[in-house]
Design a protein around this ligand. Structure first.
Ligand code: MEV
Length: 438
């Protein structure tokens, strides 16, 4: 049981580390060495990372990998992926190679609308509130002009604001529901600044509105915040080819493969337990690119899973069909991404990832991310419906087990040779290491 600490955020980094080491570790000196080993030797880079968040004590590494040869809309890309799961980049690369000789990936952005809401309580005559809103609407636009000016120059801004009556859900609950176009920025700061100004205008104008009674004038704004649910900010990614072209190693009978594949997708469409894992496989690809490009993966996760449940039942994000001998596999996902603002110009590896993608627009990045998700889903379903997932997974995981046991080079060679022809399991590898070390 440790002692509570006061004023922790005011301590220097050194002092924070010392306190943690003393408080939680049996050998504080070892904890301090480990934490400091992960500091960047370039002080400027370290300072940058220290200042991303509060109370930074060190950096937490995850690998940045790349999946090359992604043919997207006729153009090759190398996709950066930040992820710790051993098989993900390998699976993406396998899919990119497979589809590069079968027409590649097609991706289209269907729309790019973002949403924000001012949630408020109004007690009184709803028809008066509706009239007030119609008469005040222009003011919401006028009073946010200083915020929207630059965005308008880039072709974005506020698309519309509507008053929503939500009193059937909660007594006296209303919203200003606003839609935005934020071009190449994710737009969170822009949207939230507009919303907070809407809230201010709403309260001030209500107070001065002659038709309102004293109670009606007193609008209570509960909160103003963007929504991470963006069902009108959708990107579609697709692959298709004649069934016979699916033939490859482990796909000796392409017709049978295509049918099993479509059935696997249909199962995820109707069965939530499977849908969650199926979509998790998609998110392996989506999150890795979102993270590498400095975007908010929690926002993306929340929005995509809400979209997967939009029918009232959680379901597959991807779909597949066979029509006239053509196999088609596609997904549609909501993605609010930015390629300017936020971390994009701050984090050196984010800048590098974006440059690797040839500095895409937000729409182009949406396409890349959706393709990474579809590629990952294809690789998973391909394994699941043919060899099973463990074969590939455990071969990749073998390395992690060898590292865990600090295997020597000689041990690695012998063990890899053995498991080329034998099923990898944690216990089998541990047993072999034990035998070799006897
Ligand atoms: C593992 O990270 C992802 C899979 O479980 C996805 C799936 O089952 O489709 C392999």
């Amino acid at each position: 049981m440790n002692n509570p600490v006061t004023g922790f955020s005011k301590l220097s980094k050194e002092e924070k580390i010392n306190w943690i080491a003393k408080e939680y570790f049996s050998t504080p000196s070892e904890a301090i060495i480990l934490l400091k080993n992960y500091w960047n030797s370039d002080e400027k880079i370290q300072k940058l990372h220290d200042e991303f968040i509060e109370n930074t004590i060190t950096n937490f590494y995850i690998p940045l990998g790349v999946a090359p040869n992604f043919l997207i809309n006729g153009k090759y890309s190398t996709i950066p992926m930040a992820i710790e799961e051993s098989s993900v980049v390998a699976a993406a690369s396998k899919s990119s190679k497979f589809w590069s000789t079968r027409g590649g990936f097609k991706a289209t952005v269907l729309n790019t609308e973002k949403i924000g809401q001012v949630h408020f309580i109004f007690k009184g005559d709803i028809s008066k509130l509706e009239l007030f809103f119609v008469q005040t609407k222009a003011k919401f636009f006028a009073e946010t002009e200083s915020i929207t000016k630059n965005m308008q120059k880039r072709g974005g801004g506020i698309i519309d604001i509507v008053l929503k009556d939500k009193t059937n859900l909660l007594p006296n609950y209303f919203q200003l529901h606003a839609t935005f176009e934020t071009k190449d920025s994710m737009g969170a700061n822009f949207i939230n600044s507009c919303l907070e100004q809407f809230a201010k205008t709403l309260k001030e104008e209500a107070l001065a509105y002659d038709l309102f009674s004293e109670t009606e004038k007193n609008i209570q704004v509960i909160m103003s915040i963007l929504s991470n649910y963006v069902p009108n900010c959708i990107v579609r990614a697709e692959v298709s080819c004649p069934i016979e072209e699916l033939a490859e190693k482990h796909i000796e009978n392409p017709q049978d493969f295509a049918e099993r594949f479509v059935q696997a997708v249909q199962i995820a469409e109707v069965e939530p337990f499977r849908a969650v894992t199926h979509n998790k496989g998609i998110m392996n690809g989506v999150d890795a690119v979102v993270l590498a490009t400095g975007n908010d993966f929690r926002a993306v996760e929340a929005g995509i899973h809400a979209y997967a449940a939009k029918s009232g039942q959680y379901s597959s994000l991807s779909h597949a069909k066979i029509e006239n001998g053509i196999f088609t596999f596609w997904l549609e996902i909501p993605l609010a991404l930015g390629t300017v603002g936020g971390l994009t110009s701050l984090h050196p590896l984010v800048k590098l990832s974006l440059e690797m993608l040839e500095n895409p627009s937000a729409k182009e990045l949406m396409q890349v991310v959706a393709v990474a998700g579809l590629a990952q889903n294809f690789a998973a379903l391909r394994s699941l419906t043919t060899t099973g997932i463990q074969d590939g997974h455990m071969k990749m995981h073998l390395n992690n087990i060898l590292n865990q046991f600090d295997a020597s080079d000689d041990e690695r060679i012998l063990i890899r040779k053995h498991f080329k022809h034998n099923a990898v399991s944690h216990s089998a590898v541990v047993e072999m290491i034990g035998n070799l070390r006897k």
